[in-house]
Ligand binder design. Structure first.
Ligand code: UDX
Length: 451
């Protein structure tokens, strides 16, 4: 395929939940004939040797080691948006001036790197953004100033169960807030992401029209730019050499899954950022142990506050389960969800995990921790009705009952039926002339018409 004249520069945010969808998007656009260059920070860098068809450009000087490990997520995002301005401008500027290279058709930046809009404007290159969350949650983020004005925020404990009139599917407790010591930084980041997204030349989503139709329609009214829902994204293959994982994947769990009965295993993972305190960790462990279902649980080092890894589990915990439980540090998640032995996904409802579960038709147990996960979980459990949310806290007896409800009771059967239908829609929309296929075609012609 002749790729001349059609280079795209992609700039992912250096977090697992953002790198995965950006590299999946890169593969999708590569398959459409574009050449791909990735600008990336030197920390949390995807492995370039897994992508020999792309060129990688590292921007080194930015965060110091101590800054790169800041725990307050939004303070970290704000810092990223100041520290990388100069290194990014230099790198992109150099690429634009290099006459031996193909001309750049446009920059595709993670929307959370809001500083890239001003840089793109000053270098006169069009900027499109990728939003890695759901359209539903982004609409709520964009409305936070209004919801603050109307008195929903700060949230009062007495109002948690009240509906949010502006978002009929949500209760006050579902508003996508985070615990932070610097709330003004949180609002400043959200405000900048929203305004710099509105200033961009287009917005790409890992979602599909049939899933979030009314939210995408509302988005089109509120955001005066072209919107491209082209999901669900997915890995081109399950081989190690195509992975964008920042942590080695423990593939031994696939051989273990091969020994388990059809649709029996609960896969448990809370993504790359969320954490648990020790008491919560033990309730999860005992809830799983007492459920009598086989389980595969991803316990990242650092998942449990104050622990290295599994030291807070009682001695002999796994041994006493006689092979019914398997714990790994990091799993090949998409491959796991596609495995016939997996019957349910206990998730924190990060958007990637939610879409991966829908794509594979795996019903969910929802345990959102913060931010967009709260909105995603409400949609999974109450709007699409393809999961059960653990709303009454993390107690082993309640966990056990919820697992039973999903795996053996009538309600679980109905949920399984609904997610099998949603899976069909998720796969159909990618087919020729279906919604995401057409949206991708218009993205390709939009890019070609820019500049
Ligand atoms: C965060 C937010 O929570 C999410 O909503 C936002 O859209 C992106 O940033 P994270 O919490 O890590 O992401 O969750 P998620 O969006 O689910 O992304 C995790 C990714 O890591 C998924 O693609 C998942 O497949 C992958 N993963 C997770 C693995 O490959 N192996 C694992 O063991 C766990």
């Amino acid at each position: 395929m002749d790729r001349k004249g059609r280079k795209l520069v992609l700039f992912p945010l250096p977090c697992q939940g953002h790198i995965n969808p950006m590299l999946q998007l890169a593969n999708i656009l590569y398959s459409k004939g574009f050449s791909i260059s990735i600008i990336h920070t030197s920390f949390n860098c995807p492995n370039p040797s897994n992508y020999p068809h792309f060129t990688f450009h590292s921007i080194g000087e930015g965060l110091s080691e101590s800054e790169a490990s800041i725990h307050d997520g939004f303070a970290f995002l704000s810092l990223l948006n100041t520290k990388y301005v100069d290194p990014f401008r230099e790198c992109l500027g150099r690429m634009l001036c290099d006459v031996s290279e193909e001309p750049v058709a446009c920059l595709i930046s993670d929307a959370t790197f809001y500083f890239t809009q001003a840089v793109a404007e000053s270098l006169k290159v069009p900027r499109i953004v990728l939003k890695t969350e759901s359209a539903s949650s982004f609409l709520v983020f964009a409305a936070l100033p209004l919801l603050r004005e109307r008195g929903y925020i700060p949230i009062q404990d007495s109002r948690l169960e009240e509906p949010v009139v502006e978002f009929p599917h949500l209760k006050v407790k579902d508003l996508p807030l985070v615990v932070t010591s610097t709330p003004e930084v949180f609002y400043q980041v959200i405000d900048s992401v929203v305004s710099e997204t509105k200033a961009s030349s287009g917005l790409i989503w890992n979602t599909f029209e049939e899933l979030e139709h009314s939210e995408l329609t509302r988005m089109r009214n509120e955001f005066p730019i072209p919107i491209f829902p082209i999901g669900p994204f997915h890995n081109a293959s399950f081989s190690n050499s195509s992975s964008s994982s920042l942590t080695p994947e423990d593939k031994s769990c696939i051989s273990w899954l091969n020994t388990q009965p059809h649709k029996s295993v609960i896969y448990v993972s809370f993504g790359s950022i969320a954490d648990l305190n020790e008491a919560e960790f033990l309730e999860v462990a005992w809830g799983l142990a007492n459920s009598n279902q086989p389980f595969l649980w991803v316990v990242r080092p650092g998942l449990v506050n104050g622990s290295e890894w599994l030291e807070s589990l009682p001695n002999g915990f796994l041994e006493n389960l006689n092979g019914r439980g398997n714990i790994v540090k990091w799993a090949p998640q998409q491959e796991v969800l596609a495995h016939p032995a997996v019957g349910a996904f206990w998730t924190h409802n990060g958007w990637n995990s939610t879409m991966e579960s829908i794509r594979e038709g795996v019903p969910m147990i929802c345990m959102p921790r913060f931010g967009d996960q709260l909105v995603n979980a409400r949609y999974v459990s109450q709007v699409w009705k393809v999961g059960l949310q653990l709303e009454k806290g993390l107690k082993r007896g309640y966990i056990e009952k919820t697992i039973e409800k999903l795996m053996v009771e009538k309600e679980g059967e109905e949920i399984r039926f609904r997610i099998s239908k949603l899976k069909e829609k998720a796969n159909l929309c990618l087919k020729q002339d279906a919604s995401s296929y057409k949206s991708l075609e218009s993205l390709v012609s939009h890019i070609s018409s820019l500049g």
